[in-house]
Ligand binder design. Sequence first.
Ligand code: 2IP
Ligand code: CA
Ligand code: CA
Length: 375
Amino acid sequence: MAALLKSLVGASEKSARIAQLCRQEEALFQLLIEEKTGTDKNKKFVQDFKTLADVLIQEVIKHDVGKEFPELRGHIGGEESNQFENSLGETLVVQVCATQQDTASLLFTILDRNQPAAELLAAAIHQEVALQDPALDAVALAIPPERLAIWIDPIDSTNQYIRGQARVAPIDGICPSGLCSALVLIGAYDRSSGDPVLGVINEPFFREDPLTHRWQGVYHWGISYQGTSLASLHRPPLRPEPCVVLSSSETPAIQRALRPLYGERLRFASGAGYKMLCVILGLAEAYVLSEGSTFKWDSCAPHAILRALGGGMVDLEAALQAWRAGQRGALPELTYNQPAAGAVGAERWANRGGLVAFMHREHLEHRAPWRWKAA
Ligand code: 2IP
Ligand code: CA
Ligand code: CA
């Protein structure tokens, strides 16, 4: 298990470096920011490049983890497909090739013959990531990889990633927007039960070094399997004045329903993964989302960490239905192995009933959806 955990953390570190590189290296940065000043053609190309950063990172994770754990091949899914349409309308398959040079040649054709960009990315894709983390080495828990499958969100909060605001003032520790909400999310779940088992959240833009202006990242992980829980973080306490974090596009009805319970302590932030991380870190007691705008790849990793720390993530609609039917026992936690019936495309994997992420069950009981007057 330690080997799989290390492999996923290593893959998240490599992903974070690629995400940082695209913002730090001039040749790549230009591709990202052209959107603000460029012509229509550039706009289209930048649109492509955003997608390319996502697609590439997902392929790197798939490649590296699949190489180490052949049992997982064919069971690693994510937000992106590896079919990528370039600015000329050609469909190309993005993949990690056998050598750095081959990858660079493939990227050269994808990136409109931009050699410096292709070489920088290929070098980052083929680099070795050495982890020095005694806490990871100490993990000894055997979970057969053939029982697991993986969901990847290569970059969550892509809009904030592209916008790239480095200095956004946090409100009680929570940044309403900015680069800090761009995260790499890798979650493993049990193929047969669908329960989340292992999660890694990487924050590539955790801190900017004041001298070098280079970004420093940080990662968090958690495992919850058959009664054993391990995590890189401690369970945060339930504060006497809890707060809830919401999407800035959350419906007015939900905001009105929550006001009596949280008073002024309603916080707003970008990024579904970031809001879940806020609950994991104890910056918010809950994240409530009333719409089906997140997907399995958004919630799997944070959910696994929440469970490792004694929290959870429930389907909001199912929770309301259960309450109305008088069932107050087991909570309808999200699961990860079944596509939504009748849906097509990405929608198959949407968390269609909305969700509530929480750390303390007693908090959920006291301020739960069933106590919302207007909901
Ligand atoms: C998005 C991203 C958005 C979020 C949306 C996710 O994923 O996390 O920020 O909306 O639900 O699907 P909001 O910020 O309103 O919570 P991606 O960036 O990967 O498309
Ligand atoms: Ca996402
Ligand atoms: Ca994404």
